[in-house]
Design a protein around this ligand. Sequence first.
Ligand SMILES: [Zn+2]
Ligand SMILES: [Zn+2]
Ligand SMILES: [Zn+2]
Length: 368
Amino acid sequence: MAAAPHPREKTGAHKQEDHAPMRLRTACPAPPRTWTVELRPYPDGLALVCRQCPHSYRRIAPVSARSAALAHLARHARGDLRPPHLRICQCRERGCRWHPRHRGCNGPIRLLLASEHGGRIWRLADTCTACAAATAQAALVPDTALVPSPPTATPRRRRRPKGPDEKTRVRDMLSYLAATLPDNNPPSARLLALQCALRADATLHVRLPRGVLRSLRLDAPEPWCDLERANWLHIAAPRTTREITARLLDTALLGQAPARPDRRRAADWAMRVGRSPRTEGNGPLEQLAATYLAAYADPSGEGRKEHDQMARAIGLSTAQLMLLLDQLRASGLLTAWWSCPDSEDLYWMLRSADGPQAAGEAQGSRTS
Ligand SMILES: [Zn+2]
Ligand SMILES: [Zn+2]
Ligand SMILES: [Zn+2]
């Protein structure tokens, strides 16, 4: 029941101002910010069908199907840029049918990319953080993506975007790559993709010095070939003894990123935590796993994640992941790890890093 307005509020000179905002709020509702494409099997290939575009049926080669689907979705999202306060959780609008448990909407609205039916259906939608976390086979789109192209006459003074910290950027990128890279990509290709995605410039070119590649144990042609085969990048110039230059083909979702220095710092952070003394000398798999475990751990070094999500992000089967975690505990990167059979959650505790103030170790020595 609506309360009657207080008589004094509706009188005299204030009357017009009282009414003006009411009229503004009755504008036509904007179309929902959710888009879905299907990849339908077709004799000799696949067809891309968008549920929002009439007559969008288009035949595509299977090798480029995933990137075509993502590019199409991203075009929709780019064509409908709205200020944050006008974006609502599309999952809740549909009764939260996209995830099994309903935890209630919470947190900022981000774009969530989700796939269903083994990658036959891809959906991009505004989703709150809580619903995003509960949705399977999904990843938040890194927040640097999908900004509009800058207008030609930009004012001189450029505001430095105050973005998320390095750890959050790495986490978002790991989760995005887990959802978008083809499943058969090995850990070395995934570690390389992470570095390329974070280090790419606004034209999606990336130059990786040999020194960086050597310290990542990626100084071999295979990971590059894997990503070329996945249609994810293209080696742009002849390899030189000093560096490798490539162009990323995931133009839709990674283009126009505004905060390159931030992302480069995130790339450095990922390298640093991946190459801690306890994993140094190890290959790309151990480095990628160490980066993942650090990115998803809280400041005290404790982390939790569904084990199938971690396995997918680093390119292993669940059984292989368990063996790897044992190995990382033996090497001293983890003090402990365990998994909960009911919830399929994986828990871990990082041994404190090299610094003296690392929380886990300091606490351990005090309590023993
Ligand atoms: Zn469409
Ligand atoms: Zn929901
Ligand atoms: Zn929600």
